[in-house]
Design a binder for this molecule. Structure first.
Ligand code: ADP
Ligand code: MG
Length: 329
């Protein structure tokens, strides 16, 4: 293993993600492979790669396209400290502390309504866009508070990108232009736009399926392809963190598997925080999990967080065990 830098010079194909053969995963399997079993991999950050499949991408010849005005290079860590949230008078999150290490995949799990989406939106300053919302606490992005007075929300959202539940490409816009759409919005410049389109689609695992029809409208793709197009669009501005709110809940099992493969391949230069209701998916894609729960008429809290293998095999709280084993929620 050669670590995050690729020895081949291929930015789309991290060296850590190409070693374990071509196994496939079945999203409907009752006992999926535990990709996070520490006995099977040397470190938590690389364990996702150990079992997940590796599609063979074409190796781009040209150097990695350069962005001007973008986020700092490389994945960033996130840490929530004492995060609470309100909609009007109603408190919906209570003092959440959570570390989301760089280059890892953190899954947020828990029943509906316990504040997972709200928490996710707090991480990139989207919560404040909801009228009547408020929050307390801090969110550290590589150690700097994104709610610091000097922090600019647009800059935070550039560094911390988001993929939503329902794929939302611009339907009439071409696949090519969809990938570049965020660039214009963020006012970024790129020295090699075709290269950036290819690189982003490669990272999102969509390149081979669309490389011969980049001018076709994004709305003509299947649901799973549209979601990967949205991932490519989010990646094109090179965020350091990618937030994903139930990105597979509108997809069929085959598309779900493909998006999960994409997530597993991302971890080397982006940190992922994903909300999922699918416990098998949490096991397949995440390094660590946080279990959110809200008692009746109370705000949501993190009951427990930790390595995914521990959370699913020997959590400390009975409620976590009940939830991950499907007894409620
Ligand atoms: P989850 O993603 O875990 O299902 P949410 O973060 O969406 O939970 O919601 C947490 C609580 O906040 C819920 O009770 C929900 O009804 C409430 N809520 C979410 N969005 C809004 C909003 N825009 N206005 C008022 N209440 C909201
Ligand atoms: Mg939600």
């Amino acid at each position: 293993m050669t670590g995050p830098q690729t020895s081949s010079g291929d930015p789309a194909r991290p060296a850590t993600r190409g070693q374990a053969g071509d196994r496939t995963i079945d999203p409907t399997a009752p006992h999926p492979p535990t990709a996070r079993d520490p006995a099977m991999s040397p470190s938590p950050a690389s364990s996702a790669q150990a079992l997940l499949p590796r599609p063979i991408h074409a190796v781009p010849e040209r150097p990695r396209p350069r962005l001007t005005g973008g986020a700092p290079e490389g994945a960033a860590s996130l840490e929530a400290r004492g995060v609470s949230a309100w909609f009007g008078e109603r408190k919906v999150l209570d003092r959440v502390d959570l570390r989301m290490p760089a280059r890892e995949v953190t899954a947020l799990i828990g029943p509906s309504g316990c504040g997972k989406s709200t928490f996710l939106r707090i991480l990139n300053r989207m919560h404040e866009l909801v009228p009547g919302s408020s929050l307390a606490g801090s969110v550290l992005l590589d150690g700097e508070d994104v709610y610091d007075q000097a922090a600019r929300p647009a800059r935070v959202r550039l560094r911390v990108g988001m993929v939503f539940q329902k794929p939302n490409p611009f339907p009439a816009m071409s696949i090519h232009d969809n990938v570049l759409a965020g660039l214009k919005l963020a006012g970024l410049d790129c020295d090699d736009r075709p290269g950036l389109v290819e690189h982003s689609l490669q990272r999102a695992g969509l390149w081979n399926e669309v490389k011969n029809r980049l001018g076709a409208p994004g709305g003509g793709l299947s649901g799973g392809q549209q979601q990967r197009l949205c991932i490519a669009r989010a990646l094109a501005v090179r965020p350091q963190v990618l937030l994903m709110d139930e990105p597979c809940s509108a997809l069929d099992p085959t598309s779900t598997r493909r998006v999960e493969e994409t997530i597993a391949e991302l971890g080397v230069d982006v940190t992922v925080v994903i909300v999922t209701h699918n416990m098998q998916q949490a096991q397949r894609v995440s390094d660590s999990c946080a279990f959110f729960l809200a008692a009746e008429d109370e705000p949501g809290r993190v009951i427990e967080s930790g390595p995914t293998t521990t959370m699913f095999s020997s959590p400390t709280d009975d409620r976590t065990m009940d939830y991950v084993s499907g007894r409620f929620g």
